[in-house]
Design a protein around this ligand. Structure first.
Ligand code: SF4
Length: 202
């Protein structure tokens, strides 16, 4: 059997040594959190406390783009990014409405998305919450009057809280989620019928 010999071993060792030297010279380059990021994390902690109390577990969110320009999605996508890392507070984005507690809906509802949005809402188990994100979701915003626009989100499904802005910032989105969670009854209260709480909003 021929002995194994790697011709690149000395070279790769040199590369690694240079890399470690560079890391050593550069040090930590992250910046202190901004005030806005601090506010966002404070809201995320409050959501974590509330969902643990109300649901006894993490909060599962399904995001639905009903026709937005994707500006709102960029802000929503910031929530699980390395700056805010909201997953550590039990704020999860899920792929299926069947696994979701809350729908985050953006954009004016286009004619093509009217039925899928309604089906998504119907597929979400009770007690479900809906938060509409951005000016377009509220009154169609800059797309109002467009031939492909069906209407605001509230004209298709019940909305528990709205977050204004074009686009709203991550902290505003979390504040909207917190506001929607306030609509869930406290565990053990007479209003805690869970499956019936949403039906009354239909
Ligand atoms: S609210 Fe603004 S950012 Fe959000 S979908 Fe409408 S135009 Fe785009």
């Amino acid at each position: 059997m021929r002995p194994f010999y790697c011709h690149n071993a000395p070279r790769s060792s040199l590369v690694m040594a240079k890399l470690f030297a560079k890391i050593w010279r550069t040090g930590i380059v992250t910046e202190p959190l901004s005030i806005e990021a601090g506010r966002t994390l404070d809201l995320a902690r409050r959501i974590e406390d509330r969902t643990r109390r109300l649901l006894g577990r993490a909060l599962a969110i399904r995001q639905v783009d009903a026709g937005s320009c994707n500006g709102c999605e960029i802000e929503i996508a910031a929530l699980p990014n390395p700056i805010y890392d909201c997953e550590r507070f039990g704020i999860h984005f899920v792929a299926s409405p069947r696994h979701a507690d809350l729908l985050l809906v953006t954009g004016p509802v286009t004619r093509n998305m009217e039925v899928p949005l309604r089906k998504t809402w119907e597929a979400t188990p009770d007690p479900k919450l809906v938060v509409s994100i951005g000016d377009c979701a509220h009154d169609c915003g800059v797309f109002r009057g467009g031939y492909g626009v069906s209407g605001p989100v509230a004209s298709v499904i019940p909305v528990d809280a709205h977050v204004p802005g074009c686009p709203p910032e991550p902290a505003d989105i979390l504040a909207g989620i917190l506001k929607a969670l306030d609509r869930l009854p406290e565990p053990g209260s007479r209003a805690d019928s869970r499956t019936g709480s949403t039906a009354s909003r239909r």
